[in-house]
Design a protein around this ligand. Structure first.
Ligand code: F6R
Length: 245
């Protein structure tokens, strides 16, 4: 695992965007695995800047997102589809037909999940997967569990995740309680993983995930077994591991 230290959120975002940008330059028709949440917003802003400067061309890029709330239509402004469109897709020259987010409007969970697994398979594989980190060590919406889930599946969001995400909704009661998420096996099959993390509130999750025991109760701990993981974090997020990296 490679740890890249950044002094603050801006620097973390720039460094992460440079890594994703290099992937696009080296392989213009690459498959990007993308994440939502507040952590990668700055990274997307830097990618948009790179596009505006003429340094990055997204025209041949395909993207697959990690997750989506179950029950939200694409045009719902709280959906992850809407988020991706707002923060990245509408601001660069990516072909929308090559952007994929699990379809939260499909009620039948099995149908929604197997359809998404097929989509990911058909891309030929993710070249680089961007991840954020949940306070409880979740990646995608793979919450702490008794076993590592494989493919795309429907999850009940944990109380701590609902609370953390309530800031994006009018009230906690409005946060959907379920989501469709890529599974751990799908995430682990990406050729490269890039995880971004910032803030003191994530310091414990960082330590448990990357220096603790590998176990499904801390889903991100499985990343210790991936051959090509880069973690870009700010000083606060790395506070508990600073002397070990
Ligand atoms: C979002 C996702 C989640 C977030 C995590 C951290 O697509 O997969 O795992 O990355 O909940 O969220 P933030 O960045 O809002 O702290």
């Amino acid at each position: 695992m490679k740890f890249i230290k950044a002094k603050d959120y801006q620097e973390m975002s720039r460094k992460a965007a440079n890594i994703l940008g290099a992937q696009i330059v080296l392989k213009p028709d690459c498959v990007l695995g993308l994440a939502t949440g507040s952590t990668p917003i700055g990274t997307y802003e830097c990618l948009v800047e790179g596009y505006k400067k003429g340094d990055l061309d997204f025209s041949k890029v395909t993207s697959v997102n990690l997750d989506e709330y179950r029950g939200l239509q694409h045009d719902n402004d709280q959906s992850y589809y809407y988020f991706m469109n707002y923060h990245l897709f509408s601001k660069v020259n990516i072909d929308l037909a090559n952007t994929y987010v699990p379809d939260g409007s499909i009620e039948d969970a099995q149908e929604a999940c197997s359809k998404y697994d097929e989509i990911v398979r058909a891309t030929g594989g993710v070249d680089i997967q961007l991840l954020g980190l949940g306070h409880n060590g979740h990646i995608g919406f793979n919450e702490p569990a008794d076993a590592f889930a494989k493919g795309t599946h429907c999850v009940d969001l944990s109380e701590s995740t609902i609370e953390a995400n309530a800031r994006f909704f009018a009230s906690k009661e409005d946060v959907p309680t379920q989501a469709y998420t890529m599974g751990i096996q799908t995430i682990m099959s990406a050729k490269k993983i890039l995880l971004v993390v910032n803030g003191a509130s994530k310091a414990e999750a960082v330590e448990k995930s990357f220096f603790g025991e590998i176990r499904p109760e801390v889903p991100a701990s499985i990343l210790q077994l991936h051959p090509d993981v880069t973690i870009v974090g700010d000083e606060e997020a790395f506070a508990r591991i600073a002397d070990r990296i």
